[in-house]
Design a protein around this ligand. Sequence first.
Ligand SMILES: CC(C)(COP(=O)(O)OP(=O)(O)OC[C@H]1O[C@@H](n2cnc3c(N)ncnc32)[C@H](O)[C@@H]1OP(=O)(O)O)[C@@H](O)C(=O)NCCC(=O)NCCS
Length: 155
Amino acid sequence: MPSARISIRRGTKRDLNKIISIEEKCFDKDRFRPTHMRYLLWRPDSVVFVAEISGAPVGFIIASCRKSAKCARIHTIDVLPEFRRKGIGNSLLAEVERIAIERGVEKITLEVRADNFGAKKLYRNAGYEIDCMVFGYYQDGMDAIRMEKKLAAQK
Ligand SMILES: CC(C)(COP(=O)(O)OP(=O)(O)OC[C@H]1O[C@@H](n2cnc3c(N)ncnc32)[C@H](O)[C@@H]1OP(=O)(O)O)[C@@H](O)C(=O)NCCC(=O)NCCS
């Protein structure tokens, strides 16, 4: 599939149902509840991007970016299974980082399941470093790895 058909746009509250549907296809456990997704999208500091192929949503990222704290947080990133390993996850991450840098953010943080090999590799390859372990962070008792990336301030 040619990468030219992949486009990334800002997400809005109107994407809520599409985002919930993708989340349901990406996680069978520890998925965000629809009410939590709604809360994340409605936050005034939320930064959302949606990846589309031929106009159909295939992935998204939700972050929050608090200018006052100079810190951003990635809440979740999902790409539908059939569209993975095409660089979409990387592109979504890069878009959030671009906005964070524009807003003067110095650091992005996230949590990832200790057993989520693919996501850990995505983040490591994108320059995220392990900060600490958060034991028993997930509903099923799985530990989280907290990761962070320091951003170069925009001149
Ligand atoms: C994690 C996820 C978002 C990655 O999306 P993606 O579009 O496949 O990521 P990319 O194609 O941009 O991958 C970039 C790099 O990350 C690494 N990577 C991503 N997924 C990987 C996997 N399953 N196994 C090994 N490496 C992986 C690779 O180094 C990859 O580069 P390569 O394909 O050239 O080897 C996707 O697998 C997903 O939605 N998973 C389910 C939801 C999830 O776990 N989200 C993370 C919550 S913290």
